[in-house]
Design a protein around this ligand. Structure first.
Ligand SMILES: [Zn+2]
Ligand SMILES: [Zn+2]
Length: 330
């Protein structure tokens, strides 16, 4: 679908619920096309991309640059294969580049750290093995490669027609970037701002100490931008950046309230708190007991992200007992 002149959205299938597909974007210019994000490495995603390109008369060799907003499998998994087909240079923020080896190549250490973090946050030993490697299955959909170009905040990416500014927007991932075209007032937001769902922000071994604090600052980074259209990694293109930022912010305020309340009577672990609060508000609130595998882990990790921010803001206290962290709201 051509959304504005020379900007095409191609939807590639995923196996997530509720994320049924990822949007990748092709931006054409006089010096070739830029592909923003890639989909993950399944035959279905690859052929959907191939068909999409063909449908718009874009050949592999027309793609000169591939920009990865962040290295989650759905955005990055196909990068290597597309690079082989197109010869395009792959670019991403240097922080994301630094996470690849630990996440996708030598991931034993990361799994041990994940297990350690889950244990510290009160996950019962019986649940540890299942949660520790709950996202490992996705590695199968990633062909890891290091980027040709490591980006920094403020770098420019041009194809002679469009000029993007690289905006570092950590939170959803530590080196997540958005791309902003100031002249045309277009924002490519990756998973930083989505229209229909609230992007996940979790604490994990690669998230940094205070991912939710980072995320909220990154909302500030983009909310003042003049954007006529926002092109997200999932869901529809939209034009209400400021309103959407407000909605996401109030979602976090609401969740924080529930977490504060759960932690207000006695010190509790993140796990205990996660079991007490409703998840997936879009579906009317789902009990922790009904979450499985990765969703369950995300619920715990998201709770930790909230608790860590509350500690930074002096609104909660962390109490260590026998290697386990308990939190008490002040
Ligand atoms: Zn993501
Ligand atoms: Zn995504």
């Amino acid at each position: 679908m051509e959304i504005v002149r020379d900007v095409y959205q191609i939807r590639l299938p995923l196996l997530f619920v509720p994320l049924e597909y990822i949007n990748v974007y092709v931006v054409r210019g006089v010096e070739g096309a830029i592909l923003i994000d890639t989909g993950w490495n399944t035959p279905e995603a690859f052929s959907a991309l191939e068909d999409g390109l063909k449908g718009h008369g874009i050949a592999w060799k027309d793609i000169r640059q591939i920009v990865i907003t962040h290295i989650h499998p759905d955005h990055y998994g196909l990068a290597k294969k597309i690079r082989e087909y197109s010869g395009a240079a792959v670019a991403m923020h240097r922080i994301e580049a630094g996470l690849i080896d630990q996440r996708y190549v030598n991931f034993g250490k990361l799994l041990r750290e994940m297990g350690r973090d889950l244990y510290r946050n009160g996950v019962p030993l019986s649940e540890l093995p299942g949660l520790e490697d709950a996202s490992l299955w996705m590695n199968e959909f990633v062909m890891p490669l290091l980027p040709d170009v490591e980006l920094d905040n403020g770098d420019r990416i041009s194809n002679g027609t469009f000029e993007f500014e690289v905006m570092l927007t950590p939170g959803h991932s530590a080196g997540h970037i958005c791309l902003y075209e100031a002249r045309r007032k277009l924002l490519f937001s990756g998973d930083h701002i989505l229209f229909e769902i609230t992007p996940n922000v979790s604490y994990h071994p690669q998230s940094g100490d205070n991912p939710l604090g980072d995320y909220l600052s990154s909302l500030q980074t983009v909310e003042g931008l003049k954007a006529n259209l926002v092109f997200p990694g999932h869901g529809p293109v939209f034009n209400s950046l400021k309103i959407r930022v407000e909605e996401i912010r109030s979602h976090h305020v609401q969740r924080e309230r529930v977490i504060m309340k759960a932690a207000s009577e006695e010190p509790k672990t993140a796990y205990q708190i996660a079991t007490e609060i409703p998840w997936i508000p879009d579906q009317g609130g789902v009990g922790f007991q009904n979450l499985e595998g990765m969703d369950r882990r995300l619920a715990i990790m998201e709770t930790i992200a909230h608790l860590r921010l509350l500690v930074v803001e002096d609104r909660a206290r962390r109490i260590e007992r026998d290697g386990v962290s308990f939190y008490l709201a002040e």
